[in-house]
Design a protein around this ligand. Structure first.
Ligand code: RB5
Length: 149
């Protein structure tokens, strides 16, 4: 599995925790910044990661900002992305099993590093269950393909 990782200035410390976790889990990754603590704009980091996941260059993405909200809103604008903003372990597992989420967003100002590591681990190791979820996830893709209600 190849993971694309990025944060804005509000998520830089938690991104480093997750980078270390990926090393420990021996998961291949690429770090897309940001490189400094100066104020940056989260869409500038969400879009490059989301586009690379959508294209298949990376299997999954992890995006971190202060709340995780800006990153998740931005990533979900990219066709093919199912970004889940998660701050608990149950949802981390469930969003993989049910939603086949391909990007995880977290907020450094919301949770501590220990919980973030548990969430990321659960999300990385959990598999999509398919089955009855296939129809629901499929409808999201159909809507992206311009179906209207
Ligand atoms: C940056 O101050 C903050 O707005 C950003 O990290 C994020 O929380 C936005 O959703």
């Amino acid at each position: 599995m190849k993971v694309a990782l990025a944060s804005d200035h509000g998520g830089i410390r938690l991104r480093e925790e997750i980078r270390v976790l990926l090393e420990e889990l021996q998961i291949e990754y690429e770090d897309f910044g940001c490189d400094c603590e100066d104020s940056v704009d989260y869409p500038d980091f969400a879009f490059p990661v989301a586009e690379r996941v959508a294209s298949g260059e990376f299997d999954r993405g992890i995006l971190i900002c202060g709340t995780g909200i800006g990153m998740s809103i931005s990533a979900n604008k990219v066709k093919g992305i199912r970004c889940a903003l998660v701050h608990d372990v149950f949802s981390a597992k469930a969003t993989r099993q049910h939603n086949n989420s391909n990007i995880l967003a977290m907020g450094e100002r919301v949770i501590g590093p220990g919980l973030a590591r548990e969430i990321a681990t659960a999300w990385l190791i959990s598999d999509y269950e398919g089955g009855r979820h296939e129809r629901r996830v499929g409808k999201i893709g159909e809507y992206e393909g311009n179906r209207t209600y």
